[in-house]
Design a protein around this ligand. Sequence first.
Ligand SMILES: C[S@@+](CC[C@H](N)C(=O)[O-])C[C@H]1O[C@@H](n2cnc3c(N)ncnc32)[C@H](O)[C@@H]1O
Length: 497
Amino acid sequence: MPVLGIAKLFYRSIQTSTKPWRYSASMSFFPTSPAPLPRLALDPDVENYIKQTYCNSQVVAAIGQEEAERRFHSTIDRLSLPPGYTTVRANTVNRTRDNIREQMQQLLMKEYSNKAVPCPPVEDHPVLPDVLLIPTTGPHVNLQHHTKEIMVDVHCGAAVLRGAHIFAPGVLGATADVQAGDHVSVYVDVEGKCLRGYQKPYQGSRVFVGNGVARMNRDDIFSVSQEDLSGIGVEMTSPLYDCPPLNDVMSDSIFLQNLPSTVAGHVLNPQPGEMVLDMCAAPGGKTTHLATLMKNQGTVIAFDKSQGKVDKVIANARRLGLTCIQAYMFDGGKAASESALCDEAESSVGAPPYPPNTFHRVLVDAPCSALGQRPALGNKMKLKTLKSYPAYQRRLFPAAVQLLQTGGTLVYSTCTLTLEENEGQVEHLLNTFPCLELVPQTPYLGGPGLPGTSLTQDQLQMLQRFEPWGGNRTKNSHPSDTDTIGFFIAKFVKKAR
Ligand SMILES: C[S@@+](CC[C@H](N)C(=O)[O-])C[C@H]1O[C@@H](n2cnc3c(N)ncnc32)[C@H](O)[C@@H]1O
């Protein structure tokens, strides 16, 4: 029997042993148990600010106060939970998605042969031609709690909820007697108060994220500085939510990427041979997607603001074999210069800055307050920081518009929820740059923009919002499209003036 056939058999057994999952007609499953993870604790002023987005007077006039508040609370409630699917972007330059899916399914079958939970199926996304989907299962609420404990921070905890093992530098604390080979329970220090090396069971605010087996002795973890540590500290064997550990797996063929981010690449729709600018690129998820869509032909220029971040883009381009990417440490806001010269051969520009009208397409995947990211177990952002993002984002726009050729495409995206960083920036772009025209997007898997600015209903319909509360659900939606991180996409074309 072909491997995929075996996977389907496993899958059928999942459907009939229904406990933690529910079967949906689109061959997918979601957790049904109440979430054992607490609601994300935000600074009250920040939470109130987000509430103003979901419950502003125009929204309330359209859907009523009660429904607006339901959507707001449902959004915040879902932020601590992982998305319903792990989405994997296939590097289709030299291989087909079918081929990559089959190899991945085989690897997962091997990985899950010793696990208590069944092997999940790897499915094709029905619309996105290069995306593979693996359903998240859980929460597995009946896990035993071991007496030996490991503490990790909120970032490591979020990675565990998305399928990662725990690397030794991520271990914050471990009970005194933890030895390699011990079964341990893993907790997240939600308030960031646990000091490195803590050895009693931690009594502060903490959240259980699953069980694992220690792969290092406690003393070996804490006797060296964090910078000198490497390797897996805890292998997660029974996580609260089960997502396959795919880091370092098939690394030349796949990129783990949230589904709305893959949509942003398709909306920009770069073509082989074009000149494309990715203004805010690290770690290179979208840069590498754009290069893949261009079949590695043409040029993708990628900026980020520190060399360490640029190195990540370069490393990701290298592992995926994408040679058409040039990455530079450069402030995107300063990338346009009337006096800059372009190389004669259009496809081989050098370092920035660049003259106006250099690029066929520009992506501004802006630095943002990232409030749509999930799972999020802690967030210490203050209102002042949240309010600083729109002005910072606007600094990038003049260069983005100048560098775009007439007839070229600009995509603006964020992974956050607020009106000011999303619809508000679209309003600003249209008011400030009369050459920009807002246009409809393909593919369209999200929902419309939120009322609350001067944008018209028609304009809101051209925006694409992915809402953690599932606001974009239609009768044709695949479940992977409606249980995502929060994300926003706007697409513009530069008209001749
Ligand atoms: C949302 S992240 C980009 C994610 C990336 N596009 C991806 O898909 O992997 C925003 C990035 O913008 C970078 N950034 C912030 N200010 C910048 C600037 N002035 N110029 C270029 N990049 C900047 C940040 O360092 C951060 O890496």
